[in-house]
Ligand binder design. Structure first.
Ligand code: ATP
Ligand code: MG
Length: 254
């Protein structure tokens, strides 16, 4: 794998590489938490493929030893974060359609649980284990500490838990522009990647992250607030601004 091109050195000891012919990606994990995340992602990719949604296909799996590696087939196209300014409206419609299809899957058929009863304790564990990157907080929260934010998360937990039951769907879990691949000519979504946090959760979890990704002028200036609003307007359920904020706060811990 020496001649494979390194794409990202993610957090938690994960490296993503692309094969020289561009047909495959390999994600390798070296630490125990990263290996656990890789297994979670592999199982979710297989499930999502079987559910009939476009995503990367698991081609090979190597475990044992210091490094575990998952090889997936390349989802053809470009990341939605690289769409040119004139095509962001078209891409936004496709991103909304993919989300609706994903959220239309039957939650009873999904074996992965990302409801607050799972994610809130996981957030607390991440804080306790020192895994939260305080330098990576959203601009509005920069300068605050992980324990402070955890307190805020707990303050809203009852309200968010009462409301999640009405809007439970199969969520991608990290639905942001770089994780959605689109056709460079039609801007139709060709598939999603990075599904390690897929599971049953409040639909606001996905709406929160994609609208934040679109509105992040420093990362994706070609989208902006207008695209974020268009996504929400297209979505079949009216979004609750309080929960959008809450799920962005929750994401700070992962
Ligand atoms: N199978 C694939 N097909 C197409 N592109 C892929 C594939 N796997 C990974 N990529 C590209 O590589 C990028 C990084 O992969 P991925 O998001 O899975 O890694 P990550 O370590 O979780 O990265 P990050 O922390 O930046 O999200 C993706 O945003 C995507 O552009
Ligand atoms: Mg990613």
């Amino acid at each position: 794998m020496e001649d494979w091109h390194v794409v990202t050195h993610g957090r938690s000891d994960t490296v993503v590489r692309r094969s020289p012919d561009g047909r495959c990606y390999a994600k390798s994990a070296t630490s125990e938490p990263a290996k656990e995340e890789l297994v979670a992602e592999r199982d979710r990719l297989i499930w999502l493929c079987e559910a009939g949604l476009e995503t990367a296909v698991v081609a090979e799996w190597y475990d044992g030893g210091d490094t575990w590696t998952m090889v997936t087939t390349t989802v053809p196209g470009i990341p939605a974060s690289e769409v040119p300014p004139y095509a962001t409206a078209r891409a936004t419609s496709s991103i909304a359609m993919y989300l609706t299809d994903l959220h239309d899957l039957d939650v009873d058929e999904c074996p992965f649980d990302r409801r607050l009863e799972v994610t809130l304790p996981a957030a607390a564990e991440h804080v306790a284990a020192g895994l939260v990157d305080e330098t990576d907080f959203d601009l509005s929260r920069l300068g605050r500490t992980a324990p402070e934010l955890l307190e805020e998360l707990h303050d809203g937990a009852l309200r968010a838990s009462l409301e999640e039951d009405i809007d439970l769907v199969v969520c991608h879990g990290d639905y942001c522009l770089p994780n959605v691949i689109v056709d460079p000519e039609t801007y139709d979504v060709t598939g999603v990647v990075d599904v390690g946090r897929l599971g049953v959760a409040d639909c606001h979890a996905d709406l929160a992250l994609m609208t934040r990704s679109m509105a992040a002028r420093h990362l994706n200036p070609q989208y902006g607030l207008e695209c974020a609003q268009r996504l929400l307007a297209t979505y079949p359920v009216e979004a609750d601004p309080w929960r959008l904020d809450y799920y962005r706060l929750l994401d700070e811990f992962f």
